[in-house]
Design a protein. Structure first.
Length: 503
């Protein structure tokens, strides 16, 4: 398509930039020479991304016509990379309304093309028989194609890349279970695709001719069952051959809870993935190559995609993860900071210690907390809290960290999310576990006297109703062990220079 920019660069709007695909697409578009604007409900979450200074980040939401229309001004290509999957039982309605608004605003703004990444669904299965996830994604694609704006709908099945939900589900199932009883969907044929190929097709779709308005199936060269994928993973990862025993009575609901127990992917996300695997999802055409030509070796084979993903994991170069996006439905009220805050009860637990280490050494421990490094106090208590959270549908502790040493605003960190970080001084985490209220955990590394440092830790809880008050008072007797032990062990680890050793 023609650019409105004299330089020939396209002006691209990316929605979902805090998500797994969106966070990787932005730097690819920038590298291709395009100008990028990101729409985000919380722009601060993109502040620490390596490309943040090169992209224009604006505040808005795809369900808010006014903010969306302003973001689409002077845009050539608009990428639709959002969905309301985990927002609750009404997600299909939310997706439908968001797609309608997106199409209307794109047309009103004179956008030249919409590009949407959807799910590959079988053409011979009636819409009413599809899983809600696949049905909604297909409906969003139809609404965008009917918007009056030339639209490219890319349909992908399982996306293989470091940090993707599909990859982590495959990885943990295979690594942790040498013998496994599995649902019948392990025998369903699938055509996986490498995330690098998905990004290449997304970038290339921006320049499609104006008369192209259609869906394209995208997939790698290999068609296999999920059982094949697990055995292939075992071979690439140098694991022993896995014994896999399919059991027909394991429903998608039951199997999603099984996946949730074994892998970091919670049942709320595992369920739509499992439901999608009930159907054969194989590409019916490869017409995308007419517009985005494949070079030799493209698209990548399944083995190559796995090897690349595993290499990224081992080198700690995972740029985005499935947990990059915020959990829909989690409240986003700001931390009450006014000393005279009048919004109701606010419980706090404050711990302070002088530390026989420099502020820099103390900060290394603070920034390295969580994931494999643990939480520096009563590991069993943290593990039990994580299990309880998963049992009631929460994310639990298994999300871990994106990077073992570095954090950025918006990173998920076990059942917390980084709300604020001031390098060398402050780490503020916001709770995403299931709670009858809102909770934060702040950790400060401050200058002390005589080359020492001062550690300050504050847990904050804003209860929701009587249940919230009861919750705080029921757990407060354990705070001395959990929060007090955390402060002492963090101070000791800093003094020893052993970040990540004391759990």
């Amino acid at each position: 398509m023609e650019s409105k920019d004299d330089s020939g660069a396209l002006r691209c709007l990316v929605t979902g930039a805090t998500g797994y695909i969106g966070g990787r697409l932005v730097p690819e578009l920038l590298e291709a020479g395009h100008r990028v604007r990101c729409l985000a409900r919380t722009p601060e979450k993109l502040r620490d991304y390596p490309w943040a200074g090169e992209a224009d980040v604006v505040k808005g939401d795809v369900t808010d016509a006014e903010s969306l229309g302003a973001a689409m001004r002077d845009v050539d290509v608009a990428y639709y990379l959002v969905h309301a999957l985990a927002s609750g039982p009404g997600f299909e309605k939310t997706d439908r309304e968001a797609a309608r608004i997106f199409g209307e605003q794109a047309k009103a703004a004179g956008v030249g093309r919409i590009v949407y990444l959807g799910g590959l669904a079988p053409d011979d299965v009636p819409a009413e028989e599809l899983s809600p996830h696949l049905r909604s994604r297909a409906e969003v694609g139809r609404l965008l194609l009917d918007s009056g704006v030339p639209t490219t709908v890319l349909r992908a099945a399982v996306i293989i890349g470091s940090g993707s939900a599909s990859f982590e589900m495959l990885r943990y199932l295979t690594e942790r279970l040498p013998v496994m009883v599995t649902p019948s969907w392990v025998s369903t044929r699938i055509q996986p695709i490498a995330v690098r190929d998905v990004l290449r097709y997304l970038v290339g779709s921006a320049r499609m001719p104006a008369d192209v308005n259609r869906t394209f199936d995208i997939g790698g060269p290999d068609v296999m069952t999920y059982r094949d994928m697990m055995q292939k993973y075992a071979a690439v990862a140098n694991l022993r051959h896995r014994l896999i025993l399919p059991v027909p009575m394991l429903s998608p609901g039951l199997s999603s809870h099984w996946v949730g127990l074994v892998t970091p992917v919670p049942a709320s996300i595992a369920r739509p993935l499992a439901e999608s695997l009930r159907y054969e999802v194989v590409c019916h055409e490869h017409d995308i190559a007419d517009h985005v030509p494949d070079k030799p070796g493209q698209p990548f084979s399944f083995d190559t995609a796995l090897s690349l993903a595993l290499q990224r994991v081992r080198e700690a170069k995972v740029t985005t993860r499935w947990s990059s996006a915020s959990i829909p439905g989690i409240p986003s009220d700001p931390l009450p900071t006014d000393p005279d805050w009048a919004g109701g009860s606010l419980y706090t637990d404050v711990r302070e210690l002088d530390v026989d280490a420099s502020p820099e050494a103390l900060w290394r421990v603070v920034e390295g907390i969580g994931g494999d490094n643990g939480w520096y106090s009563f590991p069993l208590a943290w593990a039990v809290r994580g299990w309880l959270d998963r049992l009631i549908g929460g994310v639990g502790l298994r999300r871990g960290r994106r990077d073992a040493q570095r954090l950025r605003v918006g990173d998920s960190l076990d059942f917390w999310r980084v709300e604020e970080i001031e390098p060398g001084r402050l780490l503020r985490l916001r709770a995403e576990m299931r709670l009858p209220g809102l909770a934060w955990l702040e950790m400060y590394a401050e200058e002390g006297e005589g080359g020492r440092s001062h550690y300050r830790q504050r847990a904050v809880f804003h209860p929701a109703g009587l249940l919230g008050h009861a919750y705080w008072w029921s757990v407060s007797p354990f705070h001395a062990v959990v929060f007090g032990g955390m402060a002492r062990n963090i101070a000791q680890a800093a003094a020893r220079g052993t970040a990540g050793v004391t759990k």
